[in-house]
Design a protein around this ligand. Structure first.
Ligand SMILES: [Ca+2]
Length: 156
């Protein structure tokens, strides 16, 4: 039954692919094309932040970075329509000792943010990695090693 559902989603995805640059379509069980870019949604292997990076690198990909509101909105809107996908996902966001956040996959400073209410809360300098939540909406700095989440990879 699960396979049938994926086939139906795949067919529906192929039907809309190419009609609209902003469309999102499923091109495999976990490869997804959104706004013309391919992402790998790692939904089956939960990992801490370091292992999530390794899972992406194993595919010659990197953990996702959200440089713009458009990119974050695109991923979030896709997730909100995918009940089988996790809403909480690792990003490449990480905090330096001085409290500054970087997208570790690209080395870029984090400029656009969508922190959840009260975040980042920097408790005792223990939360150094950024998980994003499509619902309820918002980002959170959390422990890199103690928590296990799904993740999204992108091409470097
Ligand atoms: Ca936090």
């Amino acid at each position: 039954m699960q396979n049938m559902k994926y086939i139906l989603i795949l067919v529906a995805g192929l039907a809309i692919q190419g009609n609209n640059a902003e469309s999102a379509s499923k091109i495999g069980s976990q490869w997804v094309e959104i706004d013309g870019k391919q992402y790998y949604f790692e939904m089956q292997n939960y990992a801490d932040w370091h292992d999530a990076q390794a899972l992406c690198e194993r595919r010659n990909l990197t953990l996702i970075s959200y440089q713009t509101v458009e990119k974050w909105n695109s991923i979030r809107n896709f997730l909100l329509l995918e009940p089988d996908f996790d809403m909480n996902l690792w990003s490449s966001g990480a905090k330096l000792a001085d409290g500054q956040f970087l997208w570790r996959s690209t080395g870029e400073e984090v400029t656009y943010t969508d922190w959840a209410t009260g975040e980042p809360n920097l408790p005792a300098g223990s939360e150094f990695c950024v998980v994003v939540s499509a619902f309820p909406n918002g980002w959170d700095d959390i422990e890199c090693t103690d928590r296990w989440f799904a993740s999204v990879c992108e091409e470097p």
